[in-house]
Design a protein around this ligand. Structure first.
Ligand SMILES: [Zn+2]
Length: 505
């Protein structure tokens, strides 16, 4: 492998595309928020983002806020600029909240308002729930999904859903009815859709839910569908019962932060061709499609793009700055501008309608590392430092439709998403070459000798540099893995004119 990695002939989008077909999942991570109040607030922000999801497939919304003496300013944003209808929908939702008087009425008003507008997202979540129910029903004797309601569960459901459960109905029958109901639900009956959301929300809330319904995938789907009701409930509760919010509810504003418009990028060639162009650019041996398939079980030829040699193959991908990053950059710049204050708050809470992807996570880590200490700022005691981005969880997913925000401080270049993506591809090549070498030597070769793709971010957070990026879990690898990672990172860093000692400072 060449020490000076130049990958200019493989665009960043092509590199992301390659990873999204070879190692699409990097492992879900839940942001370990320990403070109850913060957890509650993140749930609220996630809920607001969810209720603003009125667009078609793959819509994503992010929400953040700023609370000052002048009021509560909520900011939201999508992956693309909102049109007039979307802005007016958001304004209408805010009006309901501002005019709320009675809790129950407020919940109902929110549900009546959002269900017809969020249909696309609702249909998608219901579809996934129904699929899970059908799958389990087919594999269960007599078509009945096995459940084992407890006395606790019985009490919880009868209290929270008093009007929906006849007193002589057993909890087992109730759960079967709910699941049949989901399967046959007419989507144009908004009242029934709302009822099902309420039921699934309270079912999902039961403390012993995983023993009552011993099917984790089904529980997950029930909870996801119930989230719309949970969001409406949270918003109504905070608006009316939180002292700080209820006293100032007329002073709440909701503003769209307009993102950069998406751009269309062209991918030339299929995954193996991109991988080999990359290999060539760094002066390493090409690999075969067979070797790639053998090394990565997840690898699949994406639909619409032939994987067999076809140099003419190309594909267009619409890439956008993901909504949470547009908001993050907006808030960082806003706080840097407010230098009149002696101390600038450094935690930015970002509610999202879907979990934050791997590449956004990498950008957040980069930005946090740039604003880790006041030394990075020209007026230290008046500037932003100790930046902390809070999101509920990370999906660990790599998608090709990602674009870097134009705002990106250049410090700690080695942590930029572009650098991490390139390192991951170098790892893929190294992994395939290693396997081939093992094969040719007729040796028993274990994949465990090499860490999975995700470990580069882990690597960056090993003992030398933990404080810089503050990722979630830190893997404690065996010594052979450590050695391997150090070798690879040494090569990579020398290519960037850095060495490990630079990372400590
Ligand atoms: Zn993202």
């Amino acid at each position: 492998m060449s020490e000076t990695a130049s990958t200019s002939d493989v665009s960043f989008t092509e590199q992301l595309y390659l990873l999204s077909t070879v190692v699409p999942f990097q492992g879900r991570r839940v942001n370990r928020i320990t403070q109850r109040w913060l957890l509650g607030r993140m749930r609220l922000l996630d809920g607001i983002a969810l209720l603003l999801c009125t667009g078609v497939k793959r819509e994503a919304v992010a929400v953040t806020y700023e609370s000052t003496g002048a009021g509560i300013k909520l900011f939201y944003c999508k992956n693309r600029p909102c049109d007039a209808t979307e802005k007016s929908y958001a304004a209408g939702l805010l009006e309901i909240v501002k005019n709320a008087v009675l809790y129950e009425n407020c919940v109902v008003s929110i549900m009546d308002y959002i269900i017809p507008e969020c249909q696309s997202k609702i249909k998608s979540r219901l579809g996934k729930l129904v699929k899970e129910v059908s799958k389990l029903q087919k594999s269960s004797p007599g078509g009945k999904i096995s459940v084992s309601p407890s006395a606790n569960f019985d009490k919880h459901i009868r209290v929270t859903l008093a009007n929906s459960v006849p007193s002589d109905m057993s909890m087992e029958s109730f759960l079967q009815v709910v699941m049949d109901f989901a399967e046959k639900l007419p989507l144009d009956n908004f009242g029934l859709v709302g009822d099902l959301m309420e039921m699934t929300y309270f079912i999902g809330l039961a403390r012993d839910i995983h023993t009552v319904i011993p099917h984790p995938a089904l529980v997950w789907r029930l909870k996801k569908f119930g989230e719309f009701f949970g969001a409406a409930k949270n918003i109504a509760w905070i608006t009316l019962f939180d002292r700080e919010v209820s006293a100032r509810k007329k002073l709440i504003t909701l503003t769209e932060i307009c993102p950069a418009p998406p751009v269309t990028e062209t991918i030339t060639g299929d995954s193996i061709q991109i991988l080999n162009r990359f290999a060539e650019s760094i002066g390493t041996e090409p690999v075969t499609l067979e070797a790639l398939k053998t090394a990565y079980d997840d690898f699949q030829a994406p639909p619409g793009l032939p994987i067999e040699a076809n140099p003419e193959a190309f594909k267009e991908i619409e890439c956008s700055v993901h909504c949470e990053l547009t908001l993050l950059v907006f808030m960082v710049q806003r706080r840097l501008e407010t230098r009149k204050k002696q101390y600038v708050s450094m935690t930015i809470e970002l509610g999202t309608s879907k979990s934050t992807c791997w590449t956004c996570q990498a950008y957040m880590n980069h930005l946090e590392s740039c604003y880790a200490t006041p030394i990075n700022c020209d007026i230290p005691h008046k500037s932003l430092h100790d930046l902390h981005c809070v999101v509920s969880d990370y999906s660990g997913k790599i998608t090709a439709d990602w674009r870097m925000p134009t705002y990106c401080p250049e410090k700690n270049n080695w942590l930029l998403p572009g650098a991490l993506v390139s390192i991951k591809i170098q790892h893929i090549l190294a992994h395939i070459h290693e396997l081939q070498q093992c094969d040719s030597e007729w040796e028993l070769c274990s994949n465990e000798a090499l860490p999975d793709g995700d470990d580069y971010m882990e690597m960056a957070s090993d003992s030398d540099s933990t404080t810089i990026i503050g990722m979630g879990d830190i893997v404690t690898n065996g010594s052979s893995d450590d050695e391997f990672l150090k070798q690879i990172s040494g090569l990579f860093l020398s290519g960037m004119g850095l060495n490990r000692s630079d990372l400590r400072g």
